[in-house]
Design a protein around this ligand. Structure first.
Ligand code: AVJ
Length: 346
């Protein structure tokens, strides 16, 4: 994801302001998008569960996006820098394996900023931005068109924590193979089982020459992970607690964020960082005509961020039907980039 600086327009105006007035918004396809009633059901069910949970996709309202971008600037948050350095160093080498004229499918595109350096190198024929946030997608498409006049830019608004449904892309596609680009180690938010399902659904969209280019955060020293997810400035804490504001809005709940403490810990057995919000005092929260009592010390789980060894993730790719698995990593061997295509049946 790009920095907040990148989304400010000349003159310091916030881009949202412009979108609503632009007549020239490129084609957007809507697929598999959950509406407000489903979101409310999902949130309410999570709050009533034991332990309570709020899915991490609810972090990203406008304020959550801004806080996430601040996280990406933190000294402690290493993944962004690891990935940027890896892409910088190996872009040319990776691109030699990517078919010319491909359809570049940017999963979770945000403002598209991570894709532009690739598009210039791989000679793509089409850019397909995929994101749950329509405003970001529109910005990505607009920017993509401006930068690459010869590349057709289309978007799919979808929630791909649901099974990936890109029939809309296929229906409009030409013969060119897709390259699925899933950077940012965002795959870490899926459980291993959901990761497998996600990889399988990408694999099914690949055709013979398609590729998946994905980055995955590796296994680190728990102390380093702890710092990356509980930074000295408290930015991650603010990001985490902001989710309660989102729930208040979506579900007419009366959470008081100051009653919860940010907690990050590494679960070695599950190989994941766990983010939660811990109630500081016993109290009851109302939402959508229901109530949930939180005991002092009780947690709401807000995010799992799974970490993989090289071999562990390669094994998942293989089980999902990928072959020709290529791999790049940083010097410390703790951040991974994989490029893989469909395993050909012999
Ligand atoms: C967006 C899932 C890659 O797990 O590192 C950063 C989100 N949460 N700090 C991650 C996140 C807290 C991030 N991903």
């Amino acid at each position: 994801m790009a920095t907040w600086r990148d989304v400010m327009l000349p003159g310091g105006k916030h881009p949202w302001h412009f979108f609503s007035q632009e007549p020239d918004i490129p084609a957007l396809l809507l697929a598999n998008r959950s509406g407000a009633p489903e979101r409310r059901r999902e949130l309410a069910a999570g709050l009533l569960a034991e332990p309570a949970m709020i899915p991490p996709k609810y972090f990203y309202d406008a304020q959550g996006c801004a806080l996430y971008q601040a996280i990406c600037q933190l000294d402690e948050y290493y993944p962004v820098r690891c990935e940027a350095a890896l892409f910088q160093q190996f872009r040319g080498a990776i691109a030699t394996h990517i078919p010319r004229r491909a359809q570049w499918v940017d999963l979770g595109c945000g403002d598209g900023g991570k894709s532009w350096p690739w598009l210039a190198v791989v000679g793509a024929s089409r850019y397909v931005g995929v994101d749950i946030a329509e405003e970001w997608l529109q910005m990505a498409l607009r920017d993509g068109r401006r930068r690459f006049p010869g590349v057709e830019c289309i978007g799919v608004v979808t929630d791909f924590t649901q099974p990936l449904d890109l029939r809309t892309v296929k229906a409009t596609s030409r013969k060119h193979p897709p390259v699925f680009f899933y950077p940012g180690s965002s795959i870490g938010n899926f459980s291993p089982v959901d990761t497998l399902h996600f990889l399988q659904s990408v694999q099914q969209h690949l055709g013979e020459q398609g590729q998946l280019l994905i980055s995955v955060d590796g296994l680190h020293d728990p102390a380093l992970l702890q710092q990356a997810y509980d930074d000295a400035l408290g930015v991650t804490a603010a990001f985490n607690r902001n989710i309660l504001r989102v729930v208040n809005r979506e579900l007419e709940a009366d959470f008081r964020p100051e009653r919860f403490r940010h907690q990050a810990s590494f679960n070695t057995d599950e190989s994941r960082v766990e983010l939660s919000l811990v109630a500081q005092e016993t109290h009851t929260v109302s939402f959508d005509g229901q109530q949930r009592r939180f005991e002092a010390g009780e947690s709401i789980i807000t995010e799992y961020s799974y970490k993989y060894s090289r071999a562990g993730f390669a094994a998942l790719l293989e089980v999902a039907g990928f072959g020709h698995i290529r791999h790049w990593q940083d010097e410390a061997g703790a951040y991974h980039v994989f490029l893989a295509s469909r395993r050909q049946l012999s």
